[in-house]
Ligand binder design. Structure first.
Ligand SMILES: Nc1ncnc2c1ncn2[C@@H]1O[C@H](COP(=O)(O)OP(=O)(O)O)[C@@H](O)[C@H]1O
Ligand SMILES: [Mg+2]
Length: 234
C-alpha cells in the first residue's frame, strides 16, 4: 500500500500461519493476511471453528503451529512493543470486585507510565463509554453490556495500535452498540490504529468492517488436510 510517497508498513502480517492446540489437528490456516493502519477487519465463522484461537494467537497467548506472524513490527517469538497491543477477550477478564475506574486504570497503565496522562486517559475513556456515573461501582454489580463497555474503555485508555476484540458487541442493546462501535471506529481512524474484531453476526460484521474474513468449514486447504482456509470475501 502506498500513501503519498511513503511506504506504509502493515501493523499485522500473517504468512502461512497454521493455528490450533495440537499440530496433528490444526484448526485454521491463514495463507496471507496483512492489516494496515486505519483498517477494521471482521472475522466471522461458525462457533467452535477457531475464531477466538486466531485472536489469541495474534495476541501471543497461543503459539502458532507453524508460519510467520509479525505484530507491530516484531516477528514472533519477539513481543510487540509495550502497550501496542490491546486485547478484549470474549470472557472479559475484568477484576470483578474492583471498580470501573480501577479496571480502566489498568489499561491506561499498560499504555503509559506517566501518572497525569494515565488519569486523563482513564477519565476520557470512561466518559466515552458513558460510564462516568458508574466509575466507583464494582464490576460485579454491572450488567453484561456495561461490563463489555468497561472492557472497551480499558482498551481505549491503553491507546494500542492494534485492538483485538472478541465478540465485543455482544450483550449490548442497539443504542449502546452504535455508541461503542462509533467510539472504537473513531479511535482506529484518528490514530491510524487497527481493529480486528470477531463477530459471529455476518450482517453486523459487514456493517463495521473494511474487510471480512470468513472462516468456512467447507473450504479445505489443500496443503493441510482438514484445515479450513481463511478467505477474504469482500
Ligand atoms: N485451550 C484449549 N485447548 C484445546 N482446545 C481448545 C482450547 N480452547 C479452545 N479449544 C478448542 O478449539 C476449537 C476452537 O475454539 P475457539 O477458537 O474458541 O472457537 P470460536 O471462537 O470460533 O467459537 C474448539 O473445538 C475448542 O473446543
Ligand atoms: Mg470465540
Amino acid at each position: 500500500m502506498q500513501a503519498g510517497s511513503f511506504f506504509v508498513q502493515p501493523i499485522l502480517v500473517l504468512k502461512d500461519v497454521v493455528i490450533g492446540y495440537d499440530s496433528s489437528d490444526p484448526l485454521v490456516k491463514v495463507p496471507d493476511l496483512q492489516v494496515f493502519p486505519g483498517e477494521i477487519i471482521a472475522i466471522a465463522g461458525p462457533s467452535g471453528i477457531g475464531k477466538s484461537t486466531l485472536l489469541r494467537t495474534i495476541a501471543g497467548l497461543v503459539s502458532p503451529i507453524s508460519g510467520t506472524l509479525e505484530v507491530c513490527g516484531k516477528t514472533l517469538p519477539e513481543s510487540p512493543p509495550r502497550g501496542h497491543l490491546g486485547y478484549v477477550p470474549q470472557k472479559l477478564g475484568l477484576v470483578r470486585h474492583a471498580s470501573v475506574r480501577h479496571n480502566v486504570d489498568q489499561g491506561a497503565r499498560a499504555g503509559t507510565r506517566l501518572r497525569k496522562e494515565r488519569n486523563e486517559r482513564s477519565t476520557g475513556a470512561i466518559e466515552q463509554m458513558g460510564l462516568t456515573d458508574k466509575s466507583r461501582e464494582p464490576i460485579r454489580r454491572l450488567s453484561g453490556g456495561q461490563q463489555r463497555r468497561v472492557a472497551t474503555a480499558r482498551t481505549l485508555a491503553q491507546r494500542p495500535r492494534l485492538i483485538l476484540a472478541d465478540e465485543f458487541l455482544s450483550e449490548l442493546d442497539e443504542e449502546t452498540l452504535s455508541s461503542v462501535l462509533e467510539a472504537v471506529t473513531n479511535y482506529v481512524r484518528e490514530n491510524d490504529a487497527c481493529l480486528i474484531v470477531v463477530e459471529h453476526d455476518i450482517t453486523r460484521a459487514k456493517m463495521m468492517a473494511d474487510k471480512l474474513l470468513v472462516i468456512d468449514d467447507g473450504r479445505v486447504n489443500p496443503f493441510i488436510k482438514g484445515t479450513k482456509a481463511l478467505e477474504v470475501n469482500i
